[in-house]
Design a protein around this ligand. Structure first.
Ligand code: NDP
Length: 455
């Protein structure tokens, strides 16, 4: 495929400006390469230099986060917030607490978030933030002191109409609670400045479930377009956190069977399929006891544990025979070799709960095989979409019942699928959801940027 000359020119500039940000460059290249045929038909985007502008964050903060551990030692972490694009609404995107967090990872996540948020059809711009703090092994009191210190700087830059963070890896209900408490104390305002809150103080029903449920709804839409359904399908799932748990729950509800789960130490194979009892145990293990996934194999028969080998060239989880795959842990968890194993094992559907879990080689393998591949920015958009529903409920000071939020989520996922599918037909080949999602997400943002002038 020859690259569009405007895309080449902009990629060269972005690479020259940020040569040490591999994840960010990977995300930019993936999006821009999808836009070529659309840019040929729409010279106005080049005329207004939209690509150069959309690749540069409107604002990025980095700050010191000092805190005291339980032994009264001073610890110092680094905090970030990237306010990438506000053309279609206030910045919206999660906070990630993980030792791997750096500017490159957060810029890739914030960049992806721009197009994902646009695809949801809601008025939300793109942002992301976080810290290299690792909540693992910390006491609740240490996590609270860290969150308070983090918010003592972040509060200056966010508010309900400007930038509304949520959770991501390492930031769940506990962390959102501590962050919200500190914001309220500093500003003396009870407002919807964070999403993912508890129900008792402004949270929305279905928000915890939304990303995992949404990823399964997206898979159902892809299958439905081919006259198939998910019932009876064997599914590989990675991760064991928020997204993984509710992916498994929805799969079980719809008559499909999760057969794997993982954490950063290793993975488990549910040889006879995961049951509801096993899922409940995984939730208690990860959300309450904060233990390791290997404990599931100690507790249940026919569950095998395999430790992850550091530096291995492939992950055997993706070689287990199955019909569908729901990567739900982290970026670049499926490489080219894993993708080959997936395809050889019979997988025909990949729906990404995680952000950018497939490397470019893996994505090319799915596209060459023409399987049903839902990229993260489409398949996992249910989380942020439901965050926007939480913002709407907060603004109107009402709370919708579970079924109402769930039905809205289903409709949003249906529309994301429809818009990506239609764009794929016009600008690429029918069912190329990578091109379809990137183009459908990009156009709305780009048109809004042009309408708002050079800002
Ligand atoms: P959680 O922190 O709840 O769970 C993350 C899971 O992934 C854990 O099982 C964790 O293992 C595992 N994991 C994290 N890092 C690695 C790594 N480097 N190698 C192997 N396993 C790893 O996060 P979420 O479930 O919220 O997020 C999962 C993915 O989904 C992320 O890519 C996130 O950006 C994306 N996402 C999340 C949304 C949400 O609403 N939460 C919305 C949209 C996307 P361990 O327990 O050992 O840490």
């Amino acid at each position: 495929m020859t690259r569009n000359s405007y895309v080449s020119e902009v990629l060269d500039k972005v690479r020259a400006r940020d040569p040490h940000q591999p994840e960010f460059l990977q995300a930019v290249e993936e999006v821009l390469d999808s836009l070529g045929s659309m840019l040929d038909k729409h010279p106005e985007y080049q005329k207004h230099r939209v690509l150069e502008r959309v690749c540069e964050p409107e604002r990025a903060f980095q700050f010191r986060v000092p805190w005291l551990d339980d032994k009264n030692n001073v610890q110092v972490n680094r905090g970030f917030r990237i306010q990438f694009n506000s053309a279609i609404g206030p910045y919206k995107g999660g906070l990630r607490f993980h030792p791997s967090v750096n500017l490159s990872i957060l810029k890739f996540l914030a960049f992806e978030q721009i197009f994902k948020n646009s695809l949801t059809g809601q008025m939300i711009g793109g942002g992301k933030g976080g810290s290299d703090f690792d909540p693992k092994g910390k006491s609740d009191a240490e996590v609270m002191r860290f969150c308070q210190s983090f918010m003592s700087e972040l509060f200056r830059h966010i508010n309900a109409d400007c930038d509304v963070p949520a959770g991501d890896i390492g930031v769940g209900g506990r962390e959102i609670g501590f962050l919200f408490g500190q914001y309220k104390r500093l500003k003396n305002e009870f407002v919807g400045v964070l999403t993912g809150k508890s129900l008792e103080w402004g949270g929305s029903l279905v928000r915890p479930e939304a990303t995992g449920y949404g990823s399964v709804y997206f898979a159902c839409e892809m299958l439905g377009a081919k006259g198939q359904n998910i019932s009876g399908k064997k599914c590989l799932v990675s991760g064991s956190g928020n997204v993984s748990q509710f992916t498994c729950q929805k799969l079980l509800q719809l008559g499909a069977t999760p057969i794997t789960a993982s954490d950063s130490s290793g993975w488990v194979h549910f040889k006879d399929g995961m049951t509801n009892e096993m899922l409940n145990e995984m939730m208690a293990l990860k959300n309450v006891r904060r233990g390791r996934i290997s404990e599931l194999a100690d507790k249940f028969k026919n569950v095998e544990y395999h430790e992850t080998k550091k530096g291995a060239d492939h992950n055997p989880l993706w070689a287990v025979k199955a019909d569908c795959a729901f990567p739900s842990a982290t970026q670049n968890e499926i490489n080219g070799a894993d993708a080959k194993n997936l395809l050889a094992g019979g997988v025909k559907v990949v729906s990404e709960g995680a952000n950018m879990p497939s490397t470019p080689e893996a994505i090319n393998a799915y596209l060459d095989a023409k399987i049903m591949y839902g990229p993260g920015k489409a398949a996992n958009a249910g989380g942020v979409a439901t965050s926007a529903l939480e913002m709407a409920q907060n603004s109107s000071r009402i709370a919708w019942p579970f079924d109402e939020v769930d039905n809205r989520l289903k409709n949003i996922m249906k529309n994301i699928h429809k818009n990506a599918f239609e764009a794929s037909k016009v600008y690429s080949w029918e069912g190329n959801y990578v091109d379809g999602a990137n183009i459908a997400g990009f156009k709305k943002v780009a048109d809004s940027m042009i309408a708002q002038g050079v800002v």
